[in-house]
Design a protein around this ligand. Structure first.
Ligand code: AGP
Length: 372
């Protein structure tokens, strides 16, 4: 009913709008005033966490994209090797797991059969499993050694939005906590990022307030067949997520690429007026990547692409090459997906509406996939 949707036309719009709160709620009670993480609820003893020598993330769909981003954070802040695998592939290749392996199973519903089977396999091999889940008491957390709940609240729309942002927050918390427990050299950076995380809900709010041009752009592309998404570093999984949203909702051919791969094949797809969304990394910190992606934008534009550029406020280098410029607030490099994903959600939702599709219940899809 309209009341359930809180005055919005679709649950998806309501859930997109709830993201600042979902993010804040997922941080609540997990960070103390001194900027230290208090994740005692993760009932894996600090001693056991110090012995972890490999992290493996398993998940499906949007949750898998959260896992891909988690890898950058985990490896950077903990120096523990991290693999990310589609849950549906995991157990079929005889993965190497033992008691020092921490498996992180990410699932909004907690009922995804592929993810459940992956975690069962991991536990049979003696690995410890931490669930990152949005649904209290669901099967995946019940069968895991520990759980960190995301506090997105119920997500009704089939296309995941607020659950994704909270999965990212939970993964950052796990990465930072592992770093804190293991005392890596990134101590100061960890404390600084924890402080930045506490402000990130406001950044998400700010993005939401500036989405009208994105909606307008989406409507103008309603008759297109293809949209490509490019990103690098943590922007690469964001590109994959943007493409998945568009497939699910707009039923358009959408593909995400790592921008560095462009020259190895995908650039052949570029033709006159093809919309290409580019997620530009922060110019600070990883400035080499930033400059490389700016050259990618120039290259595809020279070949006729219509460039839709998502870039940090104050990043002026992209201006001459952007047919459409979507601004996001500056964040620490690894946290950028929390703000960069939001315009892509809005974009897909608006395109679906413009194409007359059912936003909350896309064809052929179920909210939770309880078969393998
Ligand atoms: C997201 O928009 C999708 N509907 C889908 O990919 C989903 O993320 C995937 O099926 C995993 O679901 P889960 O998080 O409930 O395990």
């Amino acid at each position: 009913s309209a009341a359930e949707k809180g005055g919005y036309d679709y649950f998806m719009l309501k859930e997109i709008a709830e993201q600042p709160k979902a993010v804040a709620d997922t941080l609540l009670g997990r960070v103390d005033a001194s900027g230290s993480l208090t994740l005692d609820e993760v009932r894996i003893a600090p001693g056991a966490l110090r012995e972890v020598d490999k992290v493996v993330v398993v998940a499906c769909g949007t949750a898998f994209h959260a896992g891909l981003i988690a890898k950058y954070a985990i490896e950077h802040w903990t120096r523990i090797p991290c693999e990310v695998e589609l849950a549906s592939e995991f157990r079929y290749r005889d993965p190497i797991l033992d008691a020092q392996t921490l498996v992180i199973a990410i699932s909004q519903s907690g009922e995804t059969m592929d993810t459940l089977m992956a975690l069962r396999h991991a536990r049979e091999q003696g690995a410890k499993v931490l669930a990152v889940c949005n649904t209290n008491g669901s099967t995946i957390p019940r069968e895991s050694d520990a759980v960190l709940y995301t506090h997105a609240g119920p997500e009704v729309a089939v296309a995941s939005t607020k659950a994704f942002l909270t999965q990212l927050v939970a993964c950052y918390l796990v990465a930072l906590y592992l770093g804190q427990v293991r005392g890596t050299k990134w101590g100061d950076e960890i404390r600084a990022v924890v402080r930045d995380l506490s402000r990130i809900a406001e950044d998400v709010e700010q993005v939401l307030e500036t989405m009208e041009p994105v909606r307008e752009l989406a409507r103008s592309l309603a008759s297109k067949n293809t949209v490509l998404f490019l990103g690098r570093h943590v922007g690469y999984p964001v590109a994959l997520e943007g493409a998945l949203k568009l497939k699910e909702l707009a039923y358009m051919h959408a593909e995400g690429f790592a921008a560095g791969e462009l020259k190895h094949g995908p650039i052949a797809l570029i033709e006159e007026d093809l919309p290409v969304v580019v997620v530009v990394p922060s110019p600070k910190g990883r400035s080499v990547l930033h400059d490389k992606i700016v050259s990618n934008i120039q290259e595809i534009r020279a070949r006729g692409a219509r460039t839709i550029v998502i870039a940090e406020e104050g990043d002026e280098t992209v201006v001459p090459y952007a047919d459409h410029l979507i601004r996001i607030p500056a964040t620490p490099v690894l946290l950028q997906p929390l703000v960069a994903t939001v315009p892509l959600q809005v974009f897909a939702c608006e395109l679906a509406t413009a194409r007359g599709n059912e936003v909350d219940q896309p064809r052929n899809l179920a909210k939770s996939v309880t078969v393998e």
